[in-house]
Design a protein around this ligand. Structure first.
Ligand code: FAD
Length: 630
């Protein structure tokens, strides 16, 4: 007879986390997963701050950060005429848990499976599909399952069976449990579009596009975009009847920047329909049996928090089940305690999702709400319509308390759980500052995305066309005002990332960054902050135009550059004069200049002059061709 302590059915986020934690408690645990691997269609990519903190508490933080991922620092919606409006800025939270990680769910599940496999009491049975429950009197005593596509059921006896088998839970039904269903106004259709190498992170992100009775989101994957089309519930047959050409046109209308590749959708068979549900059980357990995650409460994708909630359920369940499992008998009241602990977060999140459905999705899919109206820019100025929606939107954008609370609520969730003591390795101290991602692929993608966005901002904000006389006296038909970039709230951070990557790519190792005041000042501090975000120590400095004749008579201000490797920065250069003055000042202060780097090179001979006079390489992030100025 096959026997285990805890039989967990479902190798999703809830099941894998529960398996890992119980195994760390030294309890025998067997996870059954019906698929042969974790690679399957889209089920959400978000790993929230509370789960990232959990990874650190479990001593898995370094491994987690080495998985291909990108970091979401805010939630924004496109509002016509107002650009991207940020609703929740995660980067306003205290580091290191001030972001949401985006990673393919299969990578995350593989990672949990590998960590659990190190525990001697853990077993994972893939291609093992649960078909029903075993009862003894009124108590559940095991699970029936079919392995490797076989025809005969096998039985796994257990002290407790946990259903983590998702929204269509077979075991929930087998236990005679019924869910309370809430109406959901939309379904999703998943499909892929190719991602050109040259785009890197440029065109997608998680930004939703709102259309006329439909919407779309796009998520970056390494070689393609994972697209989600949202339309009214019940329209699958109608969409398929309209045919692929109609669908391609909708995609092109919602994302004109991706219109060049809609032909890659070969037929409507490429669309994977997902029936979105929002429901929950009144009681999550019967004797010997417990439901967690979507099996207990199916979550809508609205807000993208279902994975986090499922994981937090698993943590709460592990903490309460482990002592009973060690004793070999799981009490009914222990199962009740799990539900009591997780009921409030579930109610809160589902209530918010239902409000989102009612105030955003219902009118959107009825064709009566658009981004313009939210921003009060509809035909009648939007004043008379959607007062509730516009008030909520206004509060989200402008109320300081909500702006502080919202990112916290999304990133951490209500009642976030901490790793139980038995699951924490002895010698692990969770980080206190933001740790860098160590995945080479996505660091590259992040830099490419930062570079693309910075270029866009420079073109939009800094290039001033018309006849101008430059400081050198020469005449030009355009002018680049990079202070509008280096002092800009969004661009400043990108400047730091891009300049740091520029030096790294050129193999320049440096400890101090700065240049001649004032053009170089914000560039130096941006690089310093970007380096700190990447866990590196780079000091900034400022070179005065002339040496001070009073006080300590210094020309270079800030932490001393003496004997240190220095990167001299400038925003842009015409004659190279400012950079040369800065190099001279740094050298007089005892610094070892290793390179000169500017954001924009105007191709006016600065490179040749600086390299000849200083003997160090001259780097630039953007040439004038890229700005369309040649
Ligand atoms: C379209 C869509 C998009 C979403 N996007 C997001 C998002 O971006 N972020 C987010 O946080 N949440 C998102 N969600 C919600 C999220 O997917 C779920 O809340 C979360 O996956 C629940 O985790 P779980 O482990 O409880 O269940 P699941 O992730 O559903 O895992 C259940 C597992 O059980 C296995 N299984 C099922 N039946 C059996 C059986 N009989 N025997 C053995 N194994 C079985 C399945 O193969 C699966 O591996 C989205 C939901 C939908 C519908």
């Amino acid at each position: 007879m096959e026997r285990t302590g805890c039989a967990v059915v479902g190798g999703g986020p809830a099941g894998m986390m529960l398996g890992l934690l119980l195994a760390r408690a030294g309890v025998r645990v067997t996870v059954l997963e019906k698929h042969r691997d974790f690679l399957r269609d889209f089920r959400g990519d978000t790993v929230h701050a509370s789960t990232i903190r959990l990874m650190d508490e479990l001593g898995l933080g370094a491994g987690f950060r080495s998985l291909p991922q990108s970091r979401l620092s805010n939630v924004a919606v496109p509002v016509p005429g107002a650009g991207l409006v940020t609703l929740a800025a995660f980067d306003s939270l205290k580091p290191p848990y001030n972001y949401v990680a985006m990673m393919p769910q299969w990578d995350f599940l593989d990672f949990l499976a590998a960590a659990a496999a190190k525990e001697p009491t853990f077993s994972l049975l893939m291609e093992s599909e649960a078909t029903g429950l075993e009862f003894d009197g009124g108590r559940v005593t095991g699970v029936r399952y079919r392995a490797d596509g076989g025809y005969r059921d096998q039985v796994l006896h257990a002290d407790v069976v946990v259903a983590a088998d998702g929204r269509h839970s077979v075991l929930r039904r087998a236990a005679g449990m019924r869910t309370k269903e809430y109406p959901v106004p939309f379904d999703t259709w998943w499909f892929r579009l190719p991602r050109h190498l040259s785009e890197q992170g440029e065109v997608a992100g998680v930004v939703p596009s709102l259309g006329d009775r439909d919407a779309m989101i796009a998520l970056n994957r390494t070689h393609y975009y994972q697209m989600g089309y949202l339309a009214p519930k019940g329209s699958d047959a109608a969409i398929r009847a309209k045919g692929v050409e109609w669908f391609r046109q909708r995609v092109a209308a919602l994302r004109p920047d991706l219109a060049d590749r809609v032909d890659s959708i070969r037929s409507v068979d490429d669309l994977h329909w997902l029936d979105v549900k929002l429901n929950r059980l009144r009681r999550w357990y019967v004797d010997g049996f417990l439901c967690i995650g979507d099996a207990a409460h199916a979550m809508s994708p609205a807000g993208g928090v279902g994975i986090n909630l499922a994981i937090q359920d698993a943590v709460a369940a592990a903490e309460r089940l482990a002592p009973d499992l060690r004793r070999g008998r799981v009490r009914l009241r222990t199962l009740a305690a799990v539900q009591r602990r997780r009921r409030m977060p579930t109610l809160v999140v589902q209530a918010v999702q239902r409000i989102m459905h009612r105030v955003i999705f219902v009118p959107l899919f009825a064709g009566t709400l658009s981004g313009e109206m939210l921003a009060g820019k509809g035909q009648d100025g939007g004043r008379s319509r959607f007062p509730v929606q516009r008030t909520i939107f206004f509060i989200l954008r402008h109320n300081p308390v909500i702006r502080r609370l919202l990112p916290r609520v999304i990133a951490l969730g209500p009642r976030p759980e901490h790793a139980p003591g038995f699951a924490r390795p002895l010698a692990v101290t969770p980080p206190t500052k933001l740790e860098p991602m160590t995945s080479p692929t996505d660091t590259a993608a992040d830099t490419a995305a930062a570079r693309a966005r910075l270029l866009e901002l420079i073109k939009e904000l800094a290039v001033v066309r018309g006849k101008v006389i430059l400081s050198s006296g020469a005449e030009a038909h355009y002018y680049i005002d990079l202070r509008r970039i280096t002092l800009h709230h969004e661009a400043s951070k990108l400047v730091g990332q891009v300049m740091l990557a520029l030096a790294d790519d050129a193999g320049i190792d440096f400890e101090c960054a700065g240049g001649l005041t004032m053009g170089a000042d914000p560039v130096g501090t941006a690089v310093m902050h970007a380096a700190a975000d990447a866990g590196r120590a780079v000091d900034a400095f400022v070179v005065r135009k002339v040496q001070k004749s009073y006080g300590m008579g210094r020309q270079v201000e800030g932490p001393s550059v003496e004997g240190r490797k220095v990167l001299v920065l400038e925003d842009t250069s015409t004659t190279g004069g400012s950079a040369l003055t800065a190099v001279e000042g740094v050298r007089k202060a005892g610094g070892n200049v290793v390179a000169v780097a500017v954001i924009v090179d105007r191709d006016t001979g600065a490179k040749e002059k600086i390299e000849a006079e200083t003997g160090v390489p001259y780097l630039f992030a953007f040439g004038k061709d890229e700005l369309g100025l040649s």
